[in-house]
Design a protein around this ligand. Structure first.
Ligand SMILES: [Ca+2]
Ligand SMILES: [Ca+2]
Ligand SMILES: [Ca+2]
Ligand SMILES: [Ca+2]
Length: 383
């Protein structure tokens, strides 16, 4: 990052590349961990396992993500999209869903773009079933969260996008239906990550959706070299924060927007990642949200539909100097096995990762400084 003229900043592209990678970890990361316990365990047993990269010619996965990078430097272009491992057809074999860029007010793809759903053929190869499944996406894709919101035994997909998201209902016959309008979960704006969780313990999965800054084509600001007119990507401080979304599952295929009522919307976010976990062992699921350049959120679930933001009080809002980090990916696990869930945050380059040990009483300690190494261990823990 370099300072230009006191107001504008820009990222060097080598920095952006790592940033995109970190974001990829955050977007859809919850789904990856939740559905891949064996893979994460194998990673922690590195000395006993090894991995071999299988070329696309051998596995059938030929789909390629298309970056929407442009000279206008629209901020959503910097995001590397997410993916999910899920068993969409319940045959016991994990399938893969990959998210792509897509058409929106600032981007008209030169050729049609689509997401990709690959069915596992059980022989090391995959088949592209996107067209039959009807899960192509319809805007600028960011990530995906997997959850069986209607309890029919088949996992459904919530695809986060700019400028609106999609809920795909799994019909159980290899096809999906876009039920966003009926469900009422379009979440207008720039959605990044999302997580399915049951905040009111009624047995129905509710939906939390991270939102990034207030952005649209007509809100594009100039960052870069004013002499040459060359644009570079603005840092998020340039744009206004926005509230995240919480949707209550009504059990009939519809959801109610409870963002205001629950208290979620009272906190303004620049959110990339979210994980649901019970951080105080009271039997209610809480939320940890990583923000970019504003303090992180820890929403403590107080019951009766209320979530209280206690990130700063709990010691997970900012770094030890009181400065907000650029939080990207996030995870939760009890790494020291004391019965209390700990939190991990992957931050942007030039910042240390954060491993927050749960000290009980809704307080955490940042176990700096060697968290890059410890971060690898957290990601490797069995779920
Ligand atoms: Ca379902
Ligand atoms: Ca619920
Ligand atoms: Ca709790
Ligand atoms: Ca612990």
């Amino acid at each position: 990052m370099a300072k230009q003229d006191g107001n504008d900043f820009y990222w060097r592209w080598n920095s952006v590349s790592r940033r995109r990678f970190l974001r990829m970890l955050g977007v859809g990361g919850a789904a990856l961990v939740a559905h891949s316990p064996d893979i994460s365990w194998a990673a922690s047993e590195g000395s006993r396992f090894s991995f071999e990269e299988i070329p696309s010619s051998a596995n059938g996965i030929s789909w390629v993500h298309t970056s929407g990078r442009s000279p206008m430097a629209h901020l959503p272009e910097t995001v590397g999209a997410g993916c999910a491992f899920l068993d969409y057809d319940n045959d016991g074999w994990m399938d893969i869903y990959l998210i792509n860029s897509g058409p929106c007010d600032f981007y008209s793809p030169p050729q049609p773009l689509r997401n990709a759903l690959y069915r596992n053929n059980r022989d090391g190869t995959f088949s592209d079933v996107t067209s039959k499944a009807n899960v192509s996406g319809n805007a600028y894709g960011m990530g995906v969260a997997v959850g069986d919101y209607d309890g029919d035994g088949f996992p459904d997909l919530y695809v986060t996008q700019y400028p609106h998201s999609i809920l795909y209902h799994n019909n159980g016959d290899g096809t999906f239906t876009d039920v966003t309008a009926k469900a009422g979960v379009a979440a207008p704006g720039w959605a990044t990550s999302a997580v399915w969780f049951d905040y009111d313990n009624d047995g129905l999965l509710d939906l939390f959706v991270c939102r990034f800054v207030d952005y649209s084509k007509d809100k594009l600001k100039f960052c870069g070299d004013k002499l040459t007119g060359e644009r570079t990507y603005c840092i998020p401080t340039i744009y206004a924060p926005m509230p995240c979304w919480l949707f209550h599952n009504n059990g009939d295929g519809t959801f109610t927007d409870v963002s205001q009522k629950s208290g979620i919307a009272h906190s303004l976010a620049k959110a990339w990642g979210v994980v649901a976990a019970d951080i105080n062992n009271d039997g209610l699921m809480d939320l940890y949200v990583t923000n970019d350049t504003v303090p992180n959120f820890l929403f403590a679930n107080r019951g009766s539909g209320r979530l209280e933001e206690i990130g700063m009080l709990a010691g997970v809002g900012v770094n030890s100097f009181g400065k907000p980090r650029s939080g990207m990916g996030v995870d939760a696990a009890d790494y020291d096995q004391d019965g209390w869930i700990d939190l991990f945050e992957a931050n942007v380059d030039h910042e240390l990762f954060s491993l927050y040990r749960n000290d009980r009483s809704e307080a955490f300690s940042d176990v700096d400084p060697d968290v890059e190494r410890m971060g690898t261990k957290v990601f490797g823990l069995r779920q």
